[in-house]
Ligand binder design. Structure first.
Ligand code: PHE
Length: 366
């Protein structure tokens, strides 16, 4: 407020000693009020303004009572009283009117603040994704499910019989050493953590008559020294197809189909002689390098080929363990390392990345 408040002085001090002068003082005051009322905006400022005029202790109206009316000579009291009442009426009317507007505005503003705005973007909830290993499992399984294989699973704690003997790996066979087995302490009969998913070949054939067409996803364990490509545990998918007239051609055709489905139609397949006690003949399945297409690069160590998995025709000796007639039946089997295939296909250079659950890694495979 710039101008001095006249109600802090008496009317006599202001020189208003007759009714006309009193009326002038009141009309100036009324003007002053109207101007301030027009200028004031916002709920907070409005409340301060109202108090400055009507506040019981130091509001302008009570100043008028104290400084103008009380000390006035009796002859002027009536005129002052009338002017004061008119001013009060005016002030009350204006305050009532404008207060309503300000309250309404305040309510709308509060409502707007608290209102649910459906046009705002939602708070996105972070969603996990399937792990690369799981995705690769599903990819592999899908390929075999769509050509008539079905999925079975088996125990991770096995007996030496299923893990070795019945797979044509007798007690002192050197293949047992290669498999660096974990044995389970404390059990009465010797138990071990399966070193491959092949025991499920035996368990499945034991339980059901031919034909058999199964794949077996699962964890396997080996006492490897952990490094960039080895861990204590990894994931395999076993495959087994046995029927009365399955030939090496069926084996080769199935493997070639798989390679094209997994790596793309341009991928070529190569079978390289190998050895497993439970297949004869045995093969390592190679595919033309998916990075260079076969011309040679760092990924394929400049050979043009990538080793995918081991496989072969089921060795007739295995049929002997499950009561199948080796004279009538034939089939093929394969065992793939899922971690290996995932690393190869998605260019993952270090096996530990698959197990550290670092979201910066995992997010790359949504
Ligand atoms: N079980 C073998 C391994 O783990 C892979 C394999 C499975 C080979 C079936 C031939 C047939 O190395």
């Amino acid at each position: 407020m710039t101008t001095h408040d006249p109600t802090e002085q008496t009317l006599a001090q202001l020189g208003a000693v007759d009714p006309e002068a009193v009326a002038r003082q009141f009309s100036e005051l009324r003007q002053r009020f109207d101007e301030q009322a027009a200028r004031t905006s916002g709920a907070e400022a409005w409340r301060a303004f109202v108090v400055s005029w009507t506040g019981r202790k130091s509001g302008t109206l009570s100043h008028i009572g104290d400084n103008w009316l009380k000390p006035a000579p009796p002859a002027l009291k009536r005129a002052i009283g009338q002017e004061l009442n008119r001013l009060k009426d005016h002030i009350e009317a204006v305050l009532a009117e404008k207060s309503r507007g300000i309250e309404a505005a305040e309510q709308t503003a509060a409502a707007a603040r608290s209102k649910l705005d459906l046009s705002l973007p939602g708070a996105a909830r972070a969603l996990g994704t399937r792990h690369l290993i799981r995705q690769t499992y599903e990819e592999l399984q899908h390929i075999f499910l769509s050509i008539g294989f079905s999925v079975v699973e088996g125990p991770e704690i096995e007996t030496p019989y299923y893990n070795f003997e019945a797979l044509n790996i007798p007690e002192h066979h050197p293949a047992r050493d290669n498999m660096d087995t974990f044995y389970v302490a404390g059990s009465r009969e010797l138990r071990l953590l399966r070193t491959h998913t092949s025991p499920m070949q035996v368990r499945t054939m034991e339980k059901q008559p031919p034909p058999v067409r199964i794949i077996v996803p699962g964890k396997v364990y080996r006492r490897d020294n952990p490094d960039a490509t080895h861990g204590y545990m990894f994931h395999q998918i076993e495959g087994l197809a046995v029927d009365t007239d399955i030939t090496f051609c069926d084996f080769k055709g199935t493997v070639e189909h798989f390679v094209r489905e997994f790596l793309g139609p341009q991928a070529r397949t190569r079978l390289r002689p190998s050895y497993f006690p439970f297949t004869e003949p045995s093969a390592e399945v190679d595919a033309s390098c998916h990075v260079c297409g076969g011309s040679g690069c760092r990924t394929c160590k400049f050979s043009g080929w990538i080793e995918l998995f081991g496989a072969g025709m089921v060795d007739p000796a295995v049929y002997g363990f499950v009561g199948y007639d080796p004279g009538k039946l034939s089939g093929f089997a394969f065992g793939m390392g899922v971690d290996r295939l995932a690393m190869m296909k998605y260019g993952v250079s270090e096996l530990p990345l698959l197990y550290q659950n670092d979201v910066r890694f995992l997010r790359q495979f949504p």
